[in-house]
Design a protein around this ligand. Structure first.
Ligand SMILES: [Zn+2]
Length: 264
């Protein structure tokens, strides 16, 4: 079942086991020998590779030379590929442990016959792993973009506007509503750019670009405490590489620089 090179991820509560080297993953057999108290496990395919995840009991110590870390704390540790796979495993594990009982009638669920889901043997309700869609949007105004400081950000950090999709909304409607609510401006030309799974704990970030249409920036004072228009050569601290927010910001700044270069 397990090939020696099958990437395996071990979770303890919300922490993930850090291997000595991401390119030399511990085999499933070794994990079973090392951790006799596996609570649950599963497998998935990422690209062309089969991957496997395990969840061990809360007090389980890390093996010699390894440590458990929060998933967020591993960002940048082993490169994007490892992080993406670990995040995928994390979301599947989270899905498994949050669908053990039927949310409609409370009965213990069973595995769905065909889908990656749980089904209630009592009432038939199907529980899929939670995936929360979140829009994230770079707003352009001339040679600047809107960067805002969320109340929960580290001091000085600014980023693009983001918000959860509500029931009944299209993604484009969420973009317009969130921008209106958080910074009180209107936008036009909302266009999809890219997406990124964000396993904290189960979001899907859906990236857009939009163009300022009207209004003056007025931060809502709750979620957004500061916001302004910034160009590529003078802006506050922005999120690190590897996040879709940074990708949207870099792409917007590259376009602004490209336009400026074309005008010279
Ligand atoms: Zn049920």
């Amino acid at each position: 079942m397990n090939s020696a090179n099958e990437p395996c991820f071990v979770f303890r509560g919300n922490d993930v086991l850090l291997p000595s080297l991401p390119e030399a993953p511990v085999s499933g057999e070794t994990i079973r020998r090392t951790f006799p108290d596996i609570i649950r496990e599963g497998c998935f395919t990422k690209g062309r590779d089969a991957c496997r995840w395990f969840e061990v009991a809360p007090e389980t110590p890390a093996p010699e030379g390894m440590t458990f870390s929060t998933l967020r704390g591993t960002w940048g540790t082993f490169g994007d590929e490892w992080f993406v796979r670990a995040g995928h495993a994390y979301q599947l594990r989270e899905g498994e442990r949050t669908t053990r009982y039927c949310s409609r009638c409370g009965a213990t669920t069973g595995t769905h016959a065909t889908d990656r889901a749980k089904q209630c043997p009592s009432c038939g309700f199907v529980s899929y792993p939670i995936i929360n869609p979140v829009v994230i949007v770079a707003i352009m105004k001339g040679d600047t973009i809107l960067l805002a400081r969320n109340a929960g950000f580290p001091t000085g950090r600014h980023s693009v506007i983001a918000g959860f999709v509500e029931a009944g909304e299209t993604l484009e409607e969420t973009v317009v509503r969130e921008i209106r609510e958080e910074v009180s401006i209107e936008v036009r030309d909302v266009a999809y750019v890219a997406s990124q799974p964000w396993p904290f704990p189960h979001s899907l970030m859906i990236g857009f670009r939009a163009t300022w249409a009207s209004g003056e920036i007025r931060p809502d004072g709750q979620e957004i405490v500061e916001a302004g228009w910034y160009g590529p050569d003078s802006h506050p601290d922005i999120p690190p590489h590897g996040s879709i927010s940074r990708r949207l910001i870099d792409a917007a700044f590259a376009d602004i620089r490209g336009r400026a270069g074309g005008n010279i």
